[in-house]
Design a protein around this ligand. Structure first.
Ligand code: V07
Length: 253
């Protein structure tokens, strides 16, 4: 009997974990930080870290589909990242195509829809075309929405929304009286998407870095010291469990 007890306890624990993961957050957003530091630690060039980061992306996408998540938003390139050396930027801009070349068939098979938020106008044509192709190929899928933030900056997003709102008011498509939070949200890149329930940032930094400032108003934040290339399904599930426990505490009040 005493031999069986640990097994019983373990199974019970596993059941609880599975139950919690059956009702995951609808929308998870991730700041995939620490690729450069991961590489430096190994004496490798920064770009080796970015390339390795792709493996974590697909791992987390697979986990998100497994847990029936609705939206996964990944911060892949910020408007501030243009300040990096040209060679690094050129390398980063090839990653969408490289990722899609390998994984698009699997994403299609998994019913994933690919989208992006950010100012696509400033991206190189080859990057834009690769993403456009994937968006088109997956536009009718109704599983996970895999949303890449690329050349994304939240203040820019809010500014351009504000300009468009003013434009629509001036041409009488909108009135000041009908403008509210829900209407304003429709002017953001994330129109039609629910706000993130959970934000994860890797690599020990604890700031937003101009990511989804409007959308994260009520979001739970979860930080880890783990570098993005070392982030895996286990750590992701730990974040999901912590999130569920926070929610359950609120529910008890
Ligand atoms: C990038 C790899 C992950 C770590 C973070 C920085 C480097 C996947 C994409 C991507 C983007 C759009 C798309 C398909 C894939 C990507 C950039 C950087 C710029 F439709 N990873 N990844 N894009 N990194």
């Amino acid at each position: 009997m005493s031999m069986r007890l640990p097994f019983f306890k373990n199974k019970q624990t596993t059941d609880i974990i599975n139950k919690v993961l059956d009702s995951p957050p609808e929308h998870v957003a991730i700041i995939m930080d620490g690729n450069g530091r991961w590489a430096k630690k190994r004496g490798l060039p920064r770009i080796a870290g970015h390339k390795e980061g792709i493996n974590s992306v697909i791992k987390i996408v697979r986990s998100a589909t497994k847990h029936n998540m609705e939206i996964l938003t990944l911060f892949a390139f910020s408007t501030e990242n243009w300040r990096r050396p040209t060679t690094e930027i050129d390398f980063l801009m090839k990653l969408p195509k490289e990722f899609l070349h390998i994984y698009l068939p699997e994403l299609i098979e998994k019913n994933v829809r690919i989208d992006m938020i950010g100012d696509s106008g400033a991206l190189p044509a080859h990057t834009k075309e690769a993403i456009q192709y994937a968006k088109e190929k997956t536009k009718d899928n109704d599983g996970l929405l895999l949303n890449f933030a690329l050349n994304y900056g939240s203040r820019f997003e809010i500014m351009q929304a504000m300009k468009q709102v003013i434009h629509d008011i001036e041409c009488s498509k909108l009135t000041v009286d009908t403008l509210d939070e829900a209407v304003f949200s429709e002017y953001l890149y994330t129109k039609g998407m629910s706000d993130p329930d959970l934000l994860i940032r890797t690599s020990g930094e604890q700031r937003l870095s101009n990511f989804l400032l409007w959308q994260l108003a009520y979001t739970e934040f979860w930080f880890t010291d783990v570098f993005w290339p070392d982030f895996d399904e286990k750590i992701f599930e730990q974040a999901l469990l912590d999130y569920q426990q926070r929610k359950r505490r609120y529910g008890g009040i």
